[in-house]
Write a protein that binds this ligand. Structure first.
Ligand code: SAH
Ligand code: SF4
Length: 386
């Protein structure tokens, strides 16, 4: 087993709803014309060449969007007025608007972004964790319905497109002045990334392009509730991100009670998928464990967790619940969290306790929920009451 580390990490995250468990297909915005922000460099080259324009223009434009964070054709000063006008007329270029921006006393910055259809999501900048980290959403709401998750209360409103997922990064990088710096991405905002698989993978490809932000997959962590077939698919991806699995329980019965998708993908099946997940040298799967007072936080739970993860290259991230009205659980005391962590550490596991960032602006795990917007959902009513 790995050497023990019992420290503190910070992060931000989200959760899901219970009503849309059955495969209710929720499409992305329909009938939207092709948008520059959705195009890979290869697609853009094809578009440019089809119009008789020189191919190199595609790289120039792509770099303006993904390297320099431009939000309109007007900013692309080396393109020439005529070309910019042609582009503006023929290829829409959309960037989500910043509907709201909150700055936490700890430096965490939460943006509410509004898309063309007025749907909103949240994304978060977490400084110095020790790297700069952007927490990004993959859906408006979430269908998974985890019992402790505020985002889950929204249900799934719609999937985000690849361009909308990646746009959060270019907006955050521009707002924070980090376009030319190294940063990490955690797919731990609103939504379940593996439930919006293709768009999520396409977003990672857009962000990875060397002519844009050139974000390497090792700087990306995908957090999932554990949709087993998609986990297996992820295992074969060329741009495979780091994996974080939201476990939260050590028995099937216990997990069923708080993470509804467990009915379809049981604890054992998830652990098996983790065992066969290919890991690069020195890399490990992070297991997230939201601690709920009196529910999953006993020393017996901790011992079971050690047994469950035996033989997996794992690290455990304990997340004491971020409590909120409407969430029927309490946050355990620090001493209970410490006792749990100690059991893991004493048995040689790497364990950290996430000290959530940005709690004063509701940017912490399980606190991402959008107020306002068009739909008057139960979630919004709930948020308004907070
Ligand atoms: N859907 C994915 C990613 C978004 S949720 C997933 O579930 O992994 C990101 C993390 O925030 C998850 O580990 C989730 O369990 C955690 N989380 C959700 N609600 C929380 C809450 N109220 N307090 C603390 N963590 C929470
Ligand atoms: Fe969805 Fe993750 Fe929230 Fe569960 S914890 S409801 S999977 S966003």
């Amino acid at each position: 087993m790995s050497s023990a580390r019992f420290g503190a990490t910070r992060g931000c995250y989200t959760r899901c709803s219970r009503k849309s468990q059955k495969a209710r297909e929720i499409p992305v915005q329909r009938d939207a014309p092709t948008d520059l922000a959705e195009l890979s460099l290869a697609d853009l080259e094809a578009w440019i060449v089809a119009r008789g324009l020189p191919r190199f223009r595609a790289r120039q434009i792509f770099a303006w969007v993904w390297k320099r964070g431009a939000t309109s054709y007007d900013e692309m000063s080396d393109l020439g007025r005529h070309l910019r006008a042609t582009l503006a007329a023929e290829l829409p270029f959309t960037t989500p608007a910043i509907a709201r921006q909150d700055l936490s006393e700890d430096g965490t910055r939460k943006l509410v972004l509004a898309f063309a259809d007025r749907r909103q999501i949240e994304c978060v900048y977490i400084p110095d964790t020790p790297s700069q980290t952007f927490c990004v959403s993959t859906q408006v709401g979430c269908a998974m319905g985890c019992a402790f998750c505020l985002t889950g209360k929204m249900g799934l409103v719609r999937h985000l497109t690849a361009g909308e997922i990646a746009a959060q990064v270019r907006v955050l990088a521009r707002v924070t002045g980090l376009l030319d710096s190294a940063f990490n991405i955690v797919l731990m905002g609103m939504g379940e990334p593996l439930h919006n698989y293709d768009a999520t993978m396409k977003a990672l490809a857009l962000l990875n392009d060397p002519h844009g932000l050139a974000l390497p997959p090792k700087r990306v962590t995908l957090s999932t509730v554990g949709l087993v077939p998609m986990l297996d698919k992820l295992a074969a991806e060329p741009l495979m991100p780091n994996l974080a699995v939201s476990l939260h329980a050590t028995t099937q019965e216990q997990r069923m009670a708080i993470v509804p998708p467990s009915g379809k993908y049981g604890l054992e099946a998830i652990i098996d998928a983790c065992r066969r997940f290919p890991l690069a040298k020195r890399s490990r799967i992070t297991f997230e464990y939201v601690m709920l007072d009196g529910v999953n936080d006993t020393v017996a739970d901790a011992r079971r967790l050690v047994r469950l993860l035996d033989g997996i290259k794992a690290k455990v991230n304990l997340i004491p619940l971020n409590a909120a009205p409407g969430i029927p659980f309490d946050r355990p005391s620090d001493s209970r969290v410490d006792a749990f962590a100690r059991v893991l550490a004493e048995r040689g596991m790497t364990v950290s306790v996430r000290r959530s960032r940005g709690r004063d602006i509701r940017a912490a795990c399980g606190q991402l929920i959008v107020e306002g917007g068009r739909a008057k959902s139960a979630a919004q009513a709930l948020a308004a009451a907070l």
